[in-house]
Design a protein around this ligand. Structure first.
Ligand code: NAP
Length: 248
C-alpha cells in the first residue's frame, strides 16, 4: 500500500517540486497551502494525472487550531500518515536588525519555527509506536541562513532556521526509539518566488557567481534530498542536516 505524506507549503517552489517527485515515487501526497489555491490544485492535478494520488489542504500551519484540523482532515481522507515535510516558510523585506519590528520577528518565528513544532506534534501522535503508530519520517526544511546568519538581509529568518536545526536534532533523539526519523535539509540559493518577498526577485542571479558551483539551484535538486531523507534509502540516518547549497 502507498504511504501517505504531508508537505506543508506544497503549492509552490521547493514544496511543489517535492510533492511532484513524491507522487512519481508512488507516495500519496497531501499538499498543504496557505493562500494560493490555484497553484496547489495545479500540483495536485499533475500528480493525479500521472497516476498518483494527491489532495490539496488549505491551512495556516502557524496556527494551532488550523494544524489540528488539517491533520484530522488527512486522517479522514487517507488514514495512516507515514511522512511529514515541514517546508512552509516565509521571509520579509531585507532589513537590518535595528530596523525590525517585533511583530515581524514574531511572524517569521511563527511561520518558520512554530509551524514545525505544531505539525511535528500532530505527526508524532499518528506515527509514534508509543501511540500505536507504525513509525515514520519527518524532514524539516531549514536554510543555509542558519549557518551564515544573513546579516543586513534577514537575521530574523536566519535565527528561525537556526532554531529549526536545533529542533531537528533534539526531536530526532527524542523519537528515535519510537520508529520516527527526523532530519533536515538546508537549501542555499534556489530559484523560487521567496526572493521576491524579500524585495529582490533576482537575488539568486546576483549571488550565483560567488558560489563554488557558479549557479543557483533548482527546486528539484532540493526535492531529491528531501525525498531521500523521507524514504527507506536513508533508514540509518536521523538527526542529520543535508546542505544543498552549491558548495557554499
Ligand atoms: P515559496 O516559493 O515562497 O513557497 C512558499 C510556500 O509556503 C508556498 O506554498 C506557501 O503557500 C507556503 N506557506 C507559507 N506560509 C505558510 C503558512 N503559514 N501555512 C501554510 N503554507 C504556507 O518558498 P520556497 O523558496 O519554495 O521555500 C520553501 C522552504 O525552503 C522555506 O522553508 C524556505 O525558508 C526554505 N528555503 C528556501 C530557499 C530558496 O532559496 N528558495 C533557501 C533556503 C531555504 P501559498 O502558495 O498558498 O502562498
Amino acid at each position: 500500500m502507498s504511504k501517505t505524506i504531508l508537505i506543508t507549503g506544497g503549492s509552490r517552489g521547493i514544496g511543489a517540486a517535492t510533492a511532484i517527485l513524491a507522487g512519481r515515487q508512488k507516495y500519496q501526497v497531501c499538499v498543504n497551502y496557505l493562500k494560493n489555491e490555484v497553484a496547489a490544485h495545479k500540483v495536485v492535478d499533475e500528480i493525479n494525472h500521472n497516476g498518483g494520488k494527491a489532495a490539496a489542504y488549505q491551512a495556516d500551519v502557524s496556527n494551532e487550531n488550523e494544524v489540528i484540523d488539517l491533520f484530522q482532515r488527512i486522517d479522514k481522507d487517507f488514514g495512516n500518515l507515514y511522512g511529514l515535510v515541514n517546508n512552509a516558510g516565509i521571509l520579509e523585506a531585507q532589513s537590518r536588525v535595528v530596523d525590525l519590528e517585533l511583530d515581524r520577528f514574531q511572524r517569521i518565528i511563527n511561520s518558520n519555527l512554530m509551524s514545525c513544532f505544531l505539525c511535528s506534534k500532530e505527526a508524532i501522535k499518528r506515527m509514534s509506536t508509543s501511540y500505536g503508530g507504525a513509525g515514520g519520517a519527518i524532514v524539516n526544511v531549514s536554510s543555509i541562513a542558519a549557518r551564515t546568519g544573513s546579516p543586513n538581509e534577514y537575521v530574523d529568518y536566519a535565527a528561525s532556521k537556526g532554531a529549526v536545526d536545533t529542533f531537528t536534532i533534539g526531536l530526532s533523539k527524542e523519537v528515535a526509539g519510537e520508529g520516527i526519523r527526523v532530519n533536515g535539509v538546508r537549501p542555499g540559493f534556489i530559484y523560487t518566488d521567496i526572493h521576491a518577498d524579500g524585495g529582490e526577485p533576482n537575488r539568486v542571479d546576483r549571488i550565483k557567481e560567488s558560489l563554488p558551483l557558479r549557479r543557483g539551484g533548482q527546486p528539484d535538486e532540493v526535492a531529491n534530498a528531501i525525498m531521500w531523507l523521507l524514504g527507506e534509502e536513508s533508514s540509518y540516518s536521523t538527526g542529520i542536516l543535508i546542505d544543498v547549497t552549491g558548495g557554499r
